[in-house]
Design a protein around this ligand. Structure first.
Ligand SMILES: [Zn+2]
Length: 429
């Protein structure tokens, strides 16, 4: 992983990043975020040209806390929590049948500023398509990209770059990526939706680890179509690293880039290309656009493994997300005209961080307590407990750095993300 960071123009990773972070906060104070006098702040504050939006799917405050203890220690801090600005978002959808959101309605709120029903991809409650930030950024001449460990056509990235009444129509979403919104960088899983049945592609159908996987697209061979429209197509880390040019399509699995299962039931988190490496490559590619860029990054493992109440894999997914955040933070630190936002679309599992006390066991089977998990730099341990295998409606933290970051202080509805990002990506003429 470090090779990538060193590969980029920004020098050795952590030391340079922290020095630059301090420099940036001085040079680019978010009013109030660093205490620099307003006048100098106003004069020097760069305007935002780039946006890096990071979604820990299913990541509530408790998942952050569990990761903080496990990865940073009792008094440690995660990179995502060291961003200068923090706030919280409510996630309620506009759905007659649901109080708790799914990823589609949540991402639609971010990408369009509109509340809608669960399962909707950037359409309103009547099914009418809504303008998306990804398409608007493209129209403003910016480069755009999405990186995820889910299918690249899954709900969270899809809402920024497509419009469908049903999140399940992932082949239609892929077609819209090529024909309508044209994101320049597309990296993640989901090959199954780009190829018709019978055309296995780079990842064989019905693999042993999940025999339900297999090519199932109904829009023809979209990989061939992507290549014809100028995308460099890759299927592994080596070719991704070598890929040149401004348009890259990387599909690194049939569906998600992991196998979401309860502990010991075939659960695997080993993406063919890790999230930080995909994020680095996307930044390197999009950075070339002088008008700036919009990059959406997602770690899907937090949500999927929380659905399986699998604490071990949730922590593993959080660790990978943290590494990707560190790459984005290092970029933001040396590119002060970049707004970096880290949040979650909703909380999953009703995750709780508890003392080790088998006496208060509240669940059975998969929802039984997990752990004990180690605390970084300590011989102490903690337990993770669950209240549901679904999503919950608790607020999600949002942390941010860069121009406009201070807008995220306080508590807001998730549509507010659109209000802030659109100032950079869809500037009113
Ligand atoms: Zn979920």
């Amino acid at each position: 992983m470090n090779r990538n960071v060193r590969g980029l123009r920004w020098g050795t990773p952590v030391a340079a990043a922290s020095a630059a972070v301090v420099a940036t906060m001085v040079l680019n104070p978010t009013p109030g975020a660093s205490g620099a006098p307003q006048s100098t702040a106003k004069a020097k504050a760069p305007t935002a040209k780039n946006v890096i939006f990071i979604n820990g799917d299913g990541m509530g405050a408790a998942a952050r806390e569990a990761a903080r203890l496990h990865l940073a220690g009792l008094q440690g801090r995660l990179t995502m929590d060291r961003l200068p600005v923090s706030g919280q978002l409510t996630t309620t959808p506009d759905d007659p049948k649901a109080v708790v959101t799914d990823s589609a309605a949540a991402a639609t709120a971010w990408a369009t500023g509109e509340k809608t029903y669960n399962g909707a991809i950037s359409v309103d409650t009547h099914g009418n398509p809504l303008p998306t930030l990804g398409a608007q950024a493209k129209a403003a001449g910016k480069a755009t990209g999405l990186v995820t460990t889910a299918q690249v056509t899954d709900a969270s990235p899809a809402a920024f770059f497509a419009n469908t009444a049903d999140r399940g129509k992932q082949d239609e979403i892929a077609r819209q990526y090529l024909d309508v919104s044209k994101p320049d960088v597309i990296l993640g899983g989901g090959e199954d939706w780009w190829l018709p049945a019978g055309t296995a592609g780079a990842f064989p159908d019905k693999p042993a680890e999940d025999t339900s996987e297999g090519s199932r697209g109904t829009k023809g061979n979209l990989i061939a179509k992507a290549r014809r429209s100028g995308y460099r197509y890759v299927t592994n880390a080596k070719d991704l690293d070598k890929a040149t040019g401004g348009k890259v399509l990387g599909l690194f699995g049939n569906e998600e880039m992991f196998q979401q299962r309860p502990e010991g039931q075939g659960d695997v988190y080993a993406p063919a290309v890790d999230l930080a490496t995909m994020t680095s490559k996307a930044l390197k590619t999009l950075d070339k656009n002088k008008k700036g860029f919009f990059l959406m990054v997602e770690e899907e493992g937090v949500d999927e493994f929380a659905h399986s109440n699998n604490g071990t894999r949730v922590l593993q997914s959080m660790q990978q997300l943290e590494k990707a955040v560190a790459v984005a933070r290092a970029y933001q630190a040396t590119h002060p005209d970049t707004l970096l936002v880290v949040t979650g679309d909703h909380e999953t599992g009703g995750l709780a961080v508890e003392e080790n006390d088998t006496g208060d066991e509240s669940g059975t089977g998969v929802s039984a307590e997990d752990g004990p998990f180690t605390i970084h730099g300590s011989d102490r341990t903690f337990t993770i407990d669950w209240t549901t295998s679904g999503h919950s409606s608790v607020d999600v933290p949002v942390t941010a750095a860069g121009p406009l970051a201070s807008r995220f202080t306080g508590k807001h509805a998730n549509t507010y993300v659109h209000d802030v990002l659109s100032q950079v990506l869809a500037p009113r003429r």
